[in-house]
Design a protein around this ligand. Structure first.
Ligand code: GEK
Length: 255
């Protein structure tokens, strides 16, 4: 999502993430609340290696897989960066774009970003749990760094429902933070991720406090686990199309 470059509203929409700057600032598990929604574009860009590449590529992938008279789902849409990439990706095809998030703070601000964009494709935003969402007639769905926040025991069923709701030839884009089987890979990739955060201006204190806050909330899995589960859920092909350190994106396609 590119910030508009003028207007006093922009300062309100694009705040710098300072949530974990002091020891007194935060305790407890990470939550997608108002404070996070306010700084989210800055937070995700400075925390997730490759995010600024993945978003436009979601548009490119959508352009290939979107079909007339189908739906495109952005599951865990936050402020709508992927929703907007998909909206532009569908071009002039008759698609309904549906963005879903269970954080009302996110959906409220997302509405504002969608309204700033003038592409004619219809976007419907829903504040609901993706575990309860009705998913059908999908040509493209996106889980861009959302599945990692879902209880691992509920992940298989969610992916089965997405696969079931996907039309033949349709696709799912699944981006996740991952973990590695090998201790060396795990520690090296984690250190590189922290180097990326430091290079983006986060202090060691911010990095360690955020890490603690996410520990029980964001549960990463291996690429092998993701691949096997996508195939078991009903997708027929899976390919890794992007990796930067311990962050990846997979494309799963239904025959
Ligand atoms: C992007 N995709 O900018 N139901 C609905 N929403 C959920 C659920 C759930 N069960 N669990 C988590 N979320 C976005 C970025 S952020 C990723 C996605 C991150 C939502 C949660 O409220 C949050 O907005 C989003 O998933 C995850 O492309 O912060 O690393």
């Amino acid at each position: 999502m590119n910030p508009p470059n003028n207007g006093k509203d922009d300062k309100v929409l694009f705040e710098t993430d300072r949530i974990y700057t002091s020891t007194a600032s935060e305790g407890g598990d990470f939550r997608f609340d108002t404070a996070v929604a306010r700084v989210f574009p800055d937070m995700i860009r400075r925390s997730v290696p490759g995010y600024t590449t993945i978003i436009p590529m979601i548009g490119v992938i959508t352009e290939r897989f979107a079909r007339d008279d189908t739906r495109c789902y952005d599951l865990g849409c936050s402020l709508g960066a992927s929703t907007l990439a998909m909206r532009h990706g569908v071009g002039d095809r008759r698609c309904r774009i549906i963005g879903i998030d269970n954080s009302s703070d996110m959906i409220e601000r997302c509405q504002h970003f969608i309204a700033l964009d003038d592409h004619p494709a219809t976007v419907e935003l829903r504040c609901e749990d993706i575990l309860d969402s009705d998913i059908r007639d999908a040509s493209v769905s996106t889980l861009n760094f959302t599945l990692q926040f879902v209880d691992p025991e509920r992940r298989p069923q969610l992916l089965e429902r997405i696969a079931h709701g996907t039309l033949p030839g349709g696709a799912l884009i699944l981006s996740e933070k991952i973990r590695f089987e090998s201790d060396w890979e795990q520690s090296t990739q984690t250190e590189l991720h922290h180097d990326f955060k430091r290079a983006n201006g986060y202090s060691d204190l911010e990095i360690s406090q955020k890490r603690c806050a996410l520990e029980q909330v964001l549960i990463p899995e291996t690429i092998a686990t993701h691949r096997e589960r996508l195939l078991a859920a009903g997708f027929d092909q899976v390919t890794l199309w992007y990796q930067c350190f311990n962050f990846v994106s997979l494309l799963a396609v239904k025959a």
